[in-house]
Design a protein around this ligand. Structure first.
Ligand code: CP
Length: 306
């Protein structure tokens, strides 16, 4: 079964294969299954980019998208995630894309579900397609990952994006530096192989500065937070941007809080690749869906127009 649940289940070679496939889609490659295939996007948490770009990717691949909204589904009558996915499988859905607030929600689907599951974000756990689109954007810019320094700044502990990216970047040969508000994270919670630096130092060294949104929804209401103070102490301010190396770039998974983790003027600045990341997200999701579907049941017929 060709699920995509975490980046760690992909070898470095498989990551490169997905990026190559996405680049081919970006260059105009057409791949569409010959038979009708149905797909459903189950978003138990809010999303703009991931949900919409999966849907664009699915339509570009000629897949039939089965509308599913948690708020008008039998989830509201207490139906479990497992029974919801089992039902969609029973009525003929060929793959599901799921975002859920529970870390590792997919562990309860491992037994009993045969169709591919693509993880669109699990709680604080993983966001593999976000990481893949970030990697594609970095590779487009620098050609490879070897000896690049990627600085990730912000709410690391609650970030599935940071976790997925740290795993993949280290295996691809990049150095990963973290910076965060000192009182939010204990240093022994740092992922293996990553180091901590002060914000200014980390920005000066970086080829890629990746900013993270403060995940208010995962702080259990305990976060004491002043937006202006955060911006001054940990944000990419106009002054800090001047510390960045020539040729370095800015990434952010978005949604962006302008004026908090990044100055408003920098969101669409010359160094920013934030909207390029979103564009690449469609191609990465096409590649991930193709990988899941073409390998399903040991292969299928498809139209390859190239
Ligand atoms: N980057 C990201 O996952 O954005 P959404 O929450 O809007 O999908």
């Amino acid at each position: 079964k060709w699920d995509l649940l975490t980046t760690s289940q992909l070898s470095a070679t498989e990551i490169q294969e997905i990026i190559l496939s996405a680049s081919e889609f970006a260059g105009g490659k057409i791949w569409q299954p010959k038979e009708r295939l149905f797909i459903s996007n189950l978003f138990y948490e809010p999303s703009t980019r991931t949900k919409s770009s999966f849907e664009v990717a699915e339509r570009k691949l000629g897949l039939e998208v089965i509308p599913f909204e948690v708020q008008t589904s039998s989830v509201l009558k207490g139906e479990t995630l497992y029974d919801t996915v089992k039902t969609l499988e029973a009525i003929g859905t060929d793959a599901v894309v799921i975002r859920h607030s529970a870390d590792n929600y997919f562990s309860e689907l491992e037994k009993g579900i045969s169709i591919p599951i693509i993880n669109a974000g699990d709680g604080k756990g993983h966001h593999p397609t976000q990481s893949l689109l970030d990697l594609m954007t970095i590779q487009q810019e620098f050609g490879s990952f070897t000896d690049l320094t990627v600085t990730i700044i912000g709410d690391i502990l609650h970030s599935r994006v940071a976790r997925s990216n740290a795993d993949a970047l280290l295996r691809l040969g990049a150095k990963v530096v973290f910076s965060w508000p000192e009182d939010w994270v204990n240093h022994n919670q740092l992922p293996a192989g990553c180091c901590y630096m002060s914000v200014d130092e980390a920005i000066e060294l970086a080829d890629v500065v990746m900013l993270l949104r403060v995940q208010h929804e995962r702080h259990d209401g305990k976060l004491l937070f002043d937006k202006n103070e955060y911006h001054k102490s940990y944000g990419l301010t106009l002054e800090r941007e001047k510390l960045m190396k020539k040729g370095s770039i800015i990434l952010h998974p978005a949604p962006v809080n302008r004026g908090v983790e990044i100055a408003d003027e920098l969101v669409e600045s010359q160094k920013s690749r934030i909207f390029k990341q979103m564009e690449n997200g469609v191609y990465i999701r096409m590649a991930v869906l193709k990988r899941a579907l073409e390998n399903r049941n040991g292969g299928m017929e498809y139209v390859d127009a190239n």
